[in-house]
Ligand binder design. Structure first.
Ligand code: HEM
Ligand SMILES: *[C@@H]1O[C@H](CO)[C@@H](O)[C@H](O)[C@H]1NC(C)=O
Ligand SMILES: *[C@@H]1O[C@H](CO)[C@@H](O)[C@H](O)[C@H]1NC(C)=O
Ligand SMILES: *[C@@H]1O[C@H](CO)[C@@H](O)[C@H](O)[C@H]1NC(C)=O
Ligand SMILES: *[C@@H]1O[C@H](CO)[C@@H](O)[C@H](O)[C@H]1NC(C)=O
Length: 494
């Protein structure tokens, strides 16, 4: 009886060995990582974290372990960086090492590692360099990006006029404008806000953003096999991405037929030219497949972000009529009532520039940024972070720094003005992140925010539907993103 060990005992023995082995592997890897709570095998620190309030849990940990600490979501360590010094040291001083993208299995499955947001290594570098250069070239062309945004600003104002000064929720209209700017950059033309194709594109991207933003995604991302047991959301993402892909392929065929290599009209034209140049390179990154993913990344990154910020800006302007009045005074003085606002005006409008920065600082759209990863073993503050470790940077702790921005919870454009009322730049303004992974659309986003907001305020006075004392402006967390609470307002033509 004792010689032949029962199957149950054998199983217990094996499991214990596995447990010890995994404990040993984890503790040997942990020795040089930044400090943090002791993880359990397999589930890591999940029991020590409140899954519904990850942000609060991590904030608790930073109080115990300091600005640089390690936490295990499952088996894999994640290093969290808290405060300007640590974030800057990583993203800027060690920019190359911290330029990897943290793993995002859901997106990786949908994108197959292509594109720009979720890609890594040589592929990411090439696509990012190409995208930035193309945005720059399009910015200087005959029909440049500024013209396209101005055109959209006019249409936006016309759409707002149709609300006849009656109460409305601005979400839909403010969602259309940034989406159309991306359409104009990618496909050369904008759409009517009622166009079926346009509405379909918006709908599908919004749905994907919603799915990627659900709290469960955090868990999925650390336990990708779970995905295979709950295929619903994943399949929806795939279906949405496939729709965009086939639309881009259709448009690309039209572009190929009418391409003039001396007169590229849009992003697709530039991509086709690059494809032609690279066609003999067997390791080329420029294929139609990759174009479709890059385009879909642009929509994903460039629509919700900008429209949410616009929506929050109007809410804050409603809540703070004294700020709106100063902006409108500046518009009257510098631009007047007739001419369309242009980017040159911004340098003469420090208050408006400060207001836009302050809206972004206050909204804090991506409080924990997108996850990064280290691209090699890195020495950081005498710790050793192994290649591939996920890095979370706490942008809130930078944007709400109370030495750089006294009274950080208050909405005050004065945070970006000096005593003479000149615009004051701040290194702590990391709403677009910083370093090598920094938002690739920063210039475009800032242009849209400035031109859309000044055009709206030039044409309308904003009127609240409720007493502004009762207007709640606290952003609500929605997965990774903070968004304004729903509200209504009236656009009163001036
Ligand atoms: C107010 C608007 C916007 C905000 C607050 C914003 C913010 C951000 C942030 C925080 C990141 C992550 C950076 C990092 O990983 O360190 C990012 C990445 C990115 N953004 Fe934006 N963004 C905005 C608008 C746009 C627009 C209009 C575009 C359109 C081209 C865009 C394109 C991208 C791309 C392609 C990436 C990925 C960059 C990479 O991984 O290399 N963004 N953005
Ligand atoms: C997380 O905790 C903070 C502070 O305890 C609280 O204000 C916030 O509402 C919580 N968030 C969620 C999503 O429960
Ligand atoms: C980030 O920092 C802020 C302010 O210091 C804190 O309230 C928040 O909980 C932190 N979030 C995370 C995820 O560490
Ligand atoms: C954070 O710490 C406080 C006080 O120690 C505790 O009451 C609370 O439950 C913790 N919250 C989370 C989400 O861990
Ligand atoms: C581009 O797509 C091809 C497959 O069509 C793939 O082999 C190649 O690695 C991709 N490159 C990028 C940058 O995605």
């Amino acid at each position: 009886e004792s010689a032949t060990m029962g199957p149950v005992a054998l199983l217990v023995l094996c499991l214990s060995c596995l447990l010890l082995l995994s404990l040993w592997i984890q503790s040997s890897g942990r020795r040089k990582l930044p400090p943090g709570p002791t993880p359990l095998p397999i589930i890591g620190n999940l029991l020590q974290l409140d899954v519904k309030n990850i942000s609060k849990s991590l904030s608790n940990l930073s109080k115990v372990y300091g600005p640089v600490f390690t936490v295990y979501f499952g088996m894999k360590p994640t290093v969290v960086l808290h405060g300007y010094e640590a974030v800057k040291e990583a993203l800027i001083d060690k920019g190359e090492e911290f330029s990897g993208r943290g793993s995002f299995p859901v997106a990786e499955k949908a994108n197959q590692g292509f594109g720009i947001i979720f890609s890594n290594g040589k592929r990411w570098k090439e696509i990012r360099r190409f995208s930035l250069m193309t945005l720059r070239n399009l910015g200087m062309g005959k029909r440049n990006i500024e013209d396209r945004v101005q055109e959209e600003a006019c249409c936006l104002v016309e759409e707002l006029r149709k609300t006849n000064a009656s109460p409305c929720d601005p979400t839909f209209i403010l969602g259309c404008a940034p989406c159309n700017v991306i359409c104009s950059i990618i496909f050369q033309k904008r759409f009517d806000y009622k166009d079926k194709v346009f509405l379909n594109i918006m709908e599908r991207f919004n749905e994907n953003v919603k799915i990627l933003n659900s709290p469960w995604i955090q868990i999925y991302n650390n336990c990708p096999t779970l995905l295979d047991y709950f295929p619903g959301s994943q399949n929806k993402i795939f279906k949405n991405v496939d729709f965009i892909k086939s639309y881009v392929i259709e448009k690309t065929k039209e572009h190929q037929a009418s391409l003039d290599i001396h007169n590229p009209r849009d992003f697709i034209d530039y991509f086709l030219i690059k494809m032609e140049q690279e066609k003999h390179n067997p390791h080329g990154e420029f294929t139609i497949d990759n174009l479709t993913i890059t385009v879909s990344d642009f929509f994903g990154a460039g629509t919700e972000t900008t429209s949410t910020t616009l929506r929050y800006a109007l809410l804050l302007l409603l809540k703070h009529p004294e700020v709106s009045a100063k902006v409108q005074e500046e518009i009257d003085r510098v631009i007047g009532r007739e001419r369309s606002p242009c980017m040159q005006d911004r340098s003469h409008m420090p208050y408006t520039d400060a207001m836009v920065h302050e809206v972004q600082r206050h909204l804090n759209f991506l409080p924990t940024n997108l996850p990064h990863a280290v691209t090699c073993d890195v020495n950081f503050r005498n710790y050793l972070i192994p290649k591939g470790t996920t890095i979370i940077t706490n942008l809130t702790s930078v944007l709400r720094d109370d030495k750089e921005f006294p009274n950080p919870e208050k909405f005050d454009p004065g945070h970006f003005l000096d005593e003479e009322g000149n615009f004051k730049k701040s290194d702590y303004f990391m709403a677009f992140s910083a370093g090598k992974r920094m938002c690739a659309g920063e210039g475009l986003a800032r242009m849209e925010l400035f031109l859309f907001l000044t055009t709206i305020l030039q044409k309308f006075t904003l009127k609240a539907v409720v007493d502004i004392k009762d207007l709640d402006v606290t952003p609500v967390m929605n997965g990774f993103a903070s968004v304004p609470p729903p509200y209504q307002l009236c656009f009163i033509p001036v």
